[in-house]
Structure formats: C-alpha cells, structure tokens
Design a binder for this molecule. Structure first.
Ligand SMILES: Cc1cc2nc3c(=O)[nH]c(=O)nc-3n(C[C@H](O)[C@H](O)[C@H](O)COP(=O)(O)OP(=O)(O)OC[C@H]3O[C@@H](n4cnc5c(N)ncnc54)[C@H](O)[C@@H]3O)c2cc1C
Length: 402
C-alpha cells in the first residue's frame, strides 16, 4: 500500500479517532489544533463524569438521533457502543455502567483517558501540532496560522473535525462555515442543543431555590415524557430531563414564541394514590408542611407549585392533578455559549457514505460539525467518535482509489 499523508483539523474526539484509525492503516498523520492543547471540550465533559456511551438496546439507542438515525446507524457499525467500551478499557480505563444504563470511566474524568490516548497516538507516529489554526482554503491547499507564521498544507487527504458551535471558548467556534459554503457545501445554521430554557420565576423563588434539583420528575412536551432530573436556575430550568426534550422545546419556541413543559412532581404515584394521601386531614400543619409530609414534596417542588399564578386548588383530587401536571410556560432558549452541544452544521446530504464532501473530493468531515443532534447520555461522544472512524475508513478507501 502507498503511504499517504492525511491532515486532520481539530484534535477533539472525532479528529483523534480519525487519526488513530488512519495511522493504523499506515498513513502519515498530522493533526492540527487551534488551541494550545487538544480536546478541551472532552476534558470539560469529564467534569460531569464523562458519560462515554449508553448500554440501551440498539433500536432505542439509534432513536436518540432522530432524523439522523439511519446515518448514525452506519457509523455505529464502524464503532459500536460495545467497541467503544472495549476501546476505553484498552486505554487502561476501566468502565462501569451507572444505574441509568450510562457508561462512564471509573476515573469519572477525561484526563487519564486523554493522556493515555495521546501517548498511544504519538507512539503510532501521529504528529500533533497545537496552535495551528486552519483559516481557509488557498492555492489548492489549506492555510494555517501557526506560531511560525502562515503555512499552506497540501496533504493527500484531509479530515475536518472542527466540532459544533457550543461552548466556543473551548475551541469549536464554527468560523469555518463560510469557507465551506464558498466551496459549494451547504451548512445548516447552528442552533443550541442540550440547553436550558427561560422561565421567569419570582425573585423569592430564585433566591431560595436557584441551583436546586427537582428529582425525580417526569417532564412532558407534546407526546414525549422523560423521567429524570431537572435543575432550577436563575433564568429558568435545565438538566438531563430538560435536555432530552430540548430539540422539541427549542423548535416550538422558535415557531410559537413559547412552549409548555408539563412537570410531574410525583412520577412514582398515580393521581388516585396521591389524592388518597392528600385527602387525610391537614390538622395544624401549614399548607407547605402538609404538602411536604402528605404529598412527599421537596421544598423546591412546593415552591414550584406556588409559582403557578392563582391559588393552589384545595380539593385532594384537584391538588393531586396539579402536582402531577405543573404547566410551565418556557419563553426562551439559552444561547450556544451555554449549550452542551449544537444542532446544525454540514448537512448530511453533502457527504458520501465515507463522509467525504461531495463538493470537495479528498476532504472528509467528522464529529459535531456534521448536522445531527442527540440528547446527553453518551450519545454525543459515541457518534462523534464513530464518525471519526468512518471518515478514516472513507479516506483510506478513497486514497486507495486515486
Ligand atoms: C459541558 C459539556 C459536557 C459534555 N458532556 C458530555 C458527556 O458526558 N457525554 C457525551 O457524550 N458528550 C458530552 N459533551 C459533548 C461532547 O464533548 C462533544 O459532542 C464532543 O466533544 C464533540 O467532538 P468533536 O471532536 O466533534 O468536536 P470538539 O470536541 O469540539 O473538537 C473540535 C476541535 O477542533 C478545534 N478547532 C476548531 N476550529 C479549529 C480551526 N480553525 N483550526 C484548528 N482546530 C480547530 C477545537 O479547538 C477543538 O479542539 C459535553 C459537552 C460539554 C460542552
């Protein structure tokens, strides 16, 4: 096999996975990273425990990718959730499955995994150039700003893995969109995904409860109900169960200016069971205490009930119905700066099965810069890493043909 040179732009999970597979296929690999150090977003993800993937059955797993399901299904054939667990363990990082089926490294952070991975990549001959920022196409090559000045690179193939548009201060600032559009690539505008929503609270509620979790809750938007946790914030509400509904809520707010989120504060009790508990005499308890004792509600849950305009319904049945369906009107979406991920990016019909841009032969795209989205739960890293493996396979197959 002829040894080719492949340059990868972006040292996040997608770019590094592409580098690993391309080096294993015998190519000379150079990775350019704009920031002074690689994979800052991966390291940030590690602060929350680093949820690598999920153990749910494949059908449910793929359902998390919505309209991108079929495409991501192909990616997972290259790197399945089981493969990803094996890969992590191969880097000396034992994993475990949390109670929700989510998979984490035992270390619960990304730094040991990243350190081991970078060492393995260096041993495989991968060259990592930090502070090497891609700034566009020029003279049939790629132009980079580097500490030594501007450089034009003309490798045999390129993998772009520049990330999406969330948390831009970690490196993925989406400045590349116009450069690709100028070359005829259609890029869907970025939107925040896995993000919090605005809900104007009273100042009393903010002062007492901002930062407190609502758990367990079941949240419903439209036909979809998610059980889990939410977090009250100064601006409104965020957290895992909210993120799982965030695509639908975001799109509803864009269309109608507001969206209704229905919160079930006692998801483990039926209306009848809750109503029976609330039918017992209140005695000398204040309403708040009685809601805590008989209703089993946390102080923040009682506070939330009181945020709904008007008096609390007093009949046991009506009150039970209210507790199991608190309707919150969400009025806005937090921005990309605070979103865990983004929707939008290079449209999936712009690439072939090997993730090569149809408009620019020899240039491949991987990771969150492609237009797909998924909730938190390990689905983001799984698809980013798997797409890196697909781009590497696509580039290897293409180089063998040209
Ligand atoms: C707070 C937070 C927590 C998260 N937790 C989880 C989690 O637990 N589980 C999960 O699955 N996902 C999680 N994610 C999402 C996950 O981190 C991303 O989906 C993943 O990092 C995307 O990988 P990527 O390689 O496509 O892009 P990125 O990780 O964004 O990497 C892109 C790289 O490209 C570089 N780059 C950008 N522009 C240029 C340029 N012009 N020249 C050179 N380099 C450039 C960037 O600096 C960056 O290093 C979390 C994200 C955040 C923000």
């Amino acid at each position: 096999m002829t040894r080719h040179t492949v340059h990868i732009v972006g040292a996040g999970p997608a770019g590094l996975m592409a580098a690993e597979r391309l080096a294993a296929a015998g190519h000379g690999v150079v990775v350019h990273e704009a920031m002074p150090s690689p994979s800052r977003k991966l390291l940030m993800a590690g602060r929350g425990g680093l949820n690598l993937t999920h153990t749910e059955p494949l059908d449910g797993f793929l359902g998390r990718y919505g309209v991108a399901r079929a495409v991501v299904s192909d990616w997972l054939e290259r790197l399945s959730p089981t493969d990803l667990i094996g890969w992590t363990e191969g880097l000396g990082q034992a994993t475990f499955v949390g109670s929700s089926g989510r998979v984490f490294p035992r270390a619960m952070k990304a730094s040991p995994l990243l350190r081991a991975w970078l060492a393995r990549l260096a041993a495989a001959g991968v060259e990592l150039r930090t502070r090497s920022r891609w700034t566009g196409f020029e003279d049939g090559g790629l132009r980079f700003d580097t500490p030594e000045g501007q450089r034009i690179e003309r490798p045999d193939a390129v993998v772009l893995a520049l990330g999406g548009a969330s948390w831009p201060r970690l490196g993925s600032d989406a400045k590349w969109t116009s450069w690709l559009e100028a070359r005829g690539v259609s890029v869907t505008p970025f939107k925040p995904s896995n993000v919090g929503f605005d809900r104007p609270w009273s100042s009393v509620f903010i002062d007492r409860f901002a930062g407190q979790p609502l758990k367990p809750v079941a949240l419903t938007h439209g036909q979809t109900t998610i059980r889990g946790e939410a977090l009250v914030t100064r601006y409104g509400i965020e957290g895992g169960a909210v993120y799982a509904l965030s695509a639908g809520l975001r799109d509803a707010i864009a269309a109608d200016g507001a969206a209704t989120l229905v919160v079930d504060l006692r998801p483990d009790l039926s209306i009848d069971a809750l109503s029976a508990r609330l039918a017992k005499p209140r005695g000398k308890d204040s309403v708040t205490n009685w809601l805590r004792k008989a209703g089993g509600l946390s102080p923040v849950a009682v506070g939330l009930l009181r945020e709904i305009p008007g008096d609390l319904p007093m009949g046991a049945d009506k009150l039970a119905r209210r507790i199991k369906a608190v309707r919150l009107t969400l009025t806005g979406v937090q921005g990309l700066d605070r979103a865990i991920s983004s929707a939008g990016g290079v449209a999936l019909d712009q690439v072939d099965q090997g993730l090569m841009l149809k408009a620019i032969p020899g240039v491949f795209v991987a990771g969150e810069m492609l237009d797909w989205e998924a909730p938190t739960g390990g689905y983001l890293l799984q698809a980013s890493l798997a797409s890196g493996a697909v781009a590497a396979a696509g580039a290897t197959a293409w180089l063998a043909r040209v």
